[in-house]
Design a protein around this ligand. Sequence first.
Ligand code: Z5A
Length: 218
Amino acid sequence: MGLFVTFEGIEGSGKTTQIELAGEYLGQRGIPCLRTEEPGGTSLGRRLRELLLNRGPFAICPEAELLLFAAARAQHVREAILPALAAGKVVLCDRFADATAVYQGYARGLDMETVNFLNAFSIQGRHPDLTLLFDLPVETGLTRARTRIELMTPGQKEDRFEAEELSFHRKVREGYLLAAHREVERFRVIDAAGTIAELRETVCFHLDRMLMERGLNT
Ligand code: Z5A
């Protein structure tokens, strides 16, 4: 029922750009799709996104951070993702449970069993069918992300994670590559150092293949 594709990677790896292009590509082919993101994708998710990503006048401890991401995801799955899949759509989601496993589990060092339990609880049994992992050196990703952040309105800059040490971002990259190594069936690792056009071609190739495999090609 439908097809669930997630886009993952370090900050500035180009996921958001590619999700937009993939959505346009599917639209041109007449394939209904939902483009969405985490945290976000629902009214509650967008409120939680502001709290989680903008540097505010309050602390967020790692445990609270984990629970807030899980809460945003639970709402997102129930309110947006499951209905879209039930309607036969292709869901393109910018980050999902792998981000929690990598950022809160692997990089922040929270207990992995708890992270896995909360991930399982919040996704309500719906794992992605395909995960595209955009991989590139963290220095390149952070330079790209800073360019994007500079264009944002002050107070809305979504730079709480960007402010982390380089070692944190390196751990995130390592965590993602380990996850891809563990689940080779679901992950496709994409060299994100290419141009936007090159990456678009690779993304469309993987989407086409998966649609064909699932008999969803029109
Ligand atoms: N997080 C978490 O900890 N736990 C969780 O469970 C979840 C998330 C779900 C928000 O994610 C943060 O929340 C994230 C992890 C954490 N923080 N970090 N790090 P997000 O996905 O909303 O934010 P992001 O990863 O920081 O997004 P981003 O910086 O926008 O990166 P991106 O989406 O991968 O890249 P982009 O926006 O497409 O491109 C960034 C810039 O590079 C932009 O100016 C583009 O025009 C440019 N760009 C894009 N592609 C290229 C290529 N190929 N070449 C050159 N320039 C390019």
